[in-house]
Each structure stands twice: as C-alpha cells, then as structure tokens.
Ligand binder design. Structure first.
Ligand code: SAM
Length: 237
C-alpha cells in the first residue's frame, strides 16, 4: 500500500492501477485513487507497518476504509472496542492512536502474526490501551465476554465466518453500540456476474449471503460504504 501511495504522490496523476491484498488483484478506480491521494500521511511507524504488511503479504485494512472507520469511531467515542482479526496490530494501533481514551481488545489466531502484533504493541501502545487475545475468535467467546461489554465491534477476520462472528459477538455490544465489518464488497467482486476461480467464487457467494442477511437484520440499521474493501456499519436499533 505504501509503495502504491508513494507512486501516486510522485507522479501526481490520477489513473487506474492495481494493488495486491492477500493474493487478490484489485483494480482501483479513479475515485479511490483520488481519495487516497488526499489522505494525510500517517506517522512514520504506521508507514513502516504498512510497508511490512505489503512486503510480507499480510492483509491490513485499506487506507480509505480505515479512515472512514476511524471517523465513525471519533464521532461515536467508544470506551471499549472488540476487534476480531488483529494481524500485526495495524488497525488496533490506528484506533488506539485516534482514540486515546479507548480500550481495545483484539483477537488473533495466527501465532506468528500475534507475536509480531505483541511486539508492535510493546513499542507503540504507549498508554497500554490494547489487550491482545491469542486464539481463535470462534473459541475465545468466554474470554472476550469477560473483557466486555463493548461499544463497538470490528470484524476483520476469516470472511467466510462473518455471520458466525456477528452472531457470537453482537451479544456483547452495548445498547446503541455499533458493529463494523470490513471486506463486504471484496474487491468489488460481489458486483461481478462471473468469477473465474472456483474458490474465490465460493467466498464471494458467502459474502453476498452475509450482506443480504446483515442488511435484513431487524435489530440493526446497516449501511455499506463503498470505501476501501467495502465497510458495513451496523448500529443497534
Ligand atoms: N485488522 C487487521 C488490520 O487491518 O490491521 C487485519 C486483519 S487480517 C485482514 C485478518 C486476520 O484475522 C488474519 O491475521 C487472520 O489470521 C485472523 N483471523 C482469521 N480468522 C480468525 C479467527 N477465527 N480468530 C482469530 N483470528 C482470525
């Protein structure tokens, strides 16, 4: 992502190009590129993490999606956030940095990523805002519940399991709390009629089923923002 941003800044031009996230090629449109070109540069340690994620093929939230989510959180000022899917801790640190009075509980099942996240938190979580839970979010329910309840939940883990995460963790969300779900447009593939690869096609179908389910939940008002990889914001009714 950082390479991509530098490219955009340096040529100061607006045209379509591709980035790679988690093995999927994403064709960015002119509007995305334009929006990203306006976003202020992050502090050096965030750029370093973005570069690390890019070079090591670690999927982190798209910059414009991240900015949109953080803006919602700034307005909402949650006291406690639960994040499902830490990876190396980039989004947890971005939230902690933007919301200095917020506590964040974040769950990661990949040992290597969790280890890296712990190192980054030690270095950059100066106020001890972040608590890392190592393990599978589908099995860490009791532990996560013990740290709750939460004013916001951010779902950014295995895309095929989103409904399960939502059903499991929405129970620990406060009245008027919000649930933010990333990747709901999955590189725009949800709007394609034909998808070449069978595995991708199956995943896209699951995301579409989740989106339809999410949008029809009677207990939540949900909107899908076409920023980054598609961000759904659900507010408890
Ligand atoms: N939120 C991070 C960010 O933007 O910096 C990126 C998270 S990455 C897209 C998804 C992460 O979720 C991966 O590191 C993966 O190992 C983790 N994950 C997937 N399924 C999980 C589960 N069931 N429990 C815990 N972590 C999970």
């Amino acid at each position: 992502m950082r390479k991509f941003l530098i490219y955009v800044y340096s040529v100061n031009a607006i045209f379509s190009c591709c980035t790679d996230r988690g093995g999927y090629k994403l064709k960015k449109d002119k509007v995305d590129i334009y929006i990203e070109s306006l976003i202020a540069k992050r502090p050096a340690f965030f750029l370093e993490m973005e570069l690390y994620a890019d070079e090591n093929n670690i999927p982190i939230m798209e910059i414009s999606g991240m900015e949109a989510m953080i803006q919602f959180l700034r307005i909402k000022q949650p006291k406690k956030i639960l994040e499902i899917g830490t990876a190396i801790g980039y989004s947890a640190l971005r939230m902690a940095h933007a919301l200095p009075n917020t506590k964040i509980v974040t769950i990661e099942r990949d040992e290597e990523r969790a280890h890296l996240a712990a190192q980054y938190f030690q270095q950059f979580d100066h106020n001890g805002q972040i608590h890392l839970v190592k393990g599978d979010a589908l099995e860490a329910e009791e532990l996560a519940r013990s740290y709750g309840p939460y004013d916001a939940v951010f779902i950014d883990a295995a895309k095929g399991q989103y409904k399960k995460f939502f059903e499991l963790y929405s129970r620990f969300v406060n009245e008027q709390g919000i649930i933010i779900t990333d990747n709901v447009l999955f590189k725009g593939l949800v709007a394609e009629e034909v998808i070449q690869h069978k595995r991708t096609d199956q995943l896209v179908k699951k995301i579409k089923v989740f989106n339809e389910w999410l949008m029809s939940q009677p207990d939540y008002y949900t909107i899908i923002l076409p920023v980054g990889d598609g961000v759904a914001i659900s507010q408890k009714r």
